[in-house]
Design a protein around this ligand. Structure first.
Ligand SMILES: Nc1ncnc2c1ncn2[C@@H]1O[C@H](COP(=O)(O)OP(=O)(O)OP(=O)(O)O)[C@@H](O)[C@H]1O
Length: 326
């Protein structure tokens, strides 16, 4: 069952000429699924996630496509074109967001409990004391002692703040939590704790997660499916296992070969040569072509579309011809 359906989403910055940071991206997030969006810096991940949640700010603008939220009860909601009022109703309650820095979610001059209580009471008719109890419960869920509900954000450690931001996103039991690199600002031990905790919470409450990051090893462990982005386009969508064991697109293969495996057989580590393209001067053909170790002449001419084979979708001319070397 699909919870979120993104079709041909286009997001541009400015005009004359517009820079297309997200170019006709389509994917589905299933109910209870952890869906990862992977990309290098500048690939359009943040632009994509802010457009989906309608948090984008000028000069970014949605230039095409649809984002449909399908609640388990009631009519589907088209988020592109939704009124600000309707969006306010949906935020927190149905779709919650966790940013890279917890301080984007937490107000530094308010006690943590007050912020939780305000978020809860904006959507639920409960007494202030009940909302505070719920806030304390939510903190406990992410491993923060109940009495910290009276703390100000600066009195919490960086890891605690990030966990508090995750707890806050769950305050109204949303169907979908969108997370943009929520663990980049914390050390690896804390990162592991936060991700384990997130998995537990997801398994308990069954919400879906859209998780945006540049870290493939993290997504391989966390996500059910992964979409790989390159220069604003989706180049591969597959299960985390397939992305790791049998990546189809040469770019995904390059990413996979750039990080060491903890469990699998030893393999030679190779980086991807070159740098991502300038979005203002994209080639006519495949944007990865200049860096692709498997390129052929045709790759410069035509733009490959995502093609579905088995359970994987990948956008590479060679796959069309079944020639890709692995
Ligand atoms: N405010 C802006 N004005 C113009 N172009 C922008 C702006 N913000 C982003 N872009 C363009 O959109 C592209 C994608 O940016 P985006 O922040 O979505 O990438 P990202 O994959 O999230 O990278 P990062 O991980 O560094 O945040 C950038 O390469 C840039 O060309």
């Amino acid at each position: 069952m699909t919870l979120l359906e993104v079709r041909d989403l286009i997001v541009e910055y400015g005009t004359d000429p517009a820079v297309r940071a997200v170019d006709k991206v389509s994917f589905d997030v299933g109910r209870g699924e952890i869906f990862g969006v992977l990309g290098e810096s500048g690939s359009g991940k943040t632009t994509l996630m802010t457009a989906i949640t309608r948090l984008q700010r000028p000069p970014a603008r949605i230039a095409g496509g649809t984002v449909t939220y399908r609640p388990s009860e009631g009519e589907p909601v088209e988020l592109v074109g939704c009124t600000p009022r309707r969006l306010r109703e949906l935020r927190w309650e149905r779709v919650a967001v966790v940013f890279q820095s917890a301080m984007s979610s937490l107000n530094p001059v308010m006690r943590v409990g007050t912020q939780f209580a305000d978020a809860i009471r904006a959507h639920r008719a409960v007494k202030r004391s009940e909302a505070w109890d719920r806030a304390a419960e939510l903190l406990e869920l992410v491993g923060i002692p109940r009495d910290r509900v009276r703390s100000y954000p600066h009195e919490l450690s960086g890891g605690m703040r990030q966990r508090a931001a995750i707890a806050l996103s769950l305050a109204c039991q949303p169907d979908l939590v969108v997370m943009d690199e929520p663990t980049t600002a914390v050390d690896v031990v804390m990162q592991r704790q936060i991700l384990d905790n997130l998995k537990e919470l997801q398994a308990t409450f069954g919400f879906s997660v859209l998780f945006v990051t540049h870290d493939l090893s993290l997504l391989v462990e966390l996500a059910d499916r992964i979409m790989v982005m390159y220069a604003g386009r989706a180049v591969e969508i597959a299960s985390a296992e397939d992305i790791y064991r049998d990546p189809q697109h040469p770019y995904t293969q390059g990413l996979r070969d750039s990080f060491p495996s903890l469990h699998g057989p030893r393999r030679e580590l190779r980086g991807i040569g070159g740098t991502p393209p300038d979005l203002r001067r994209l080639p006519t053909g495949c944007a990865f072509e200049p860096r692709c170790p498997q390129r052929v002449d045709d790759c410069r001419e035509s733009l490959p579309l995502l093609i579905e084979r088995d359970r994987t979708q990948a956008a590479c001319l060679l796959l069309d011809r079944q020639e890709v070397a692995r």
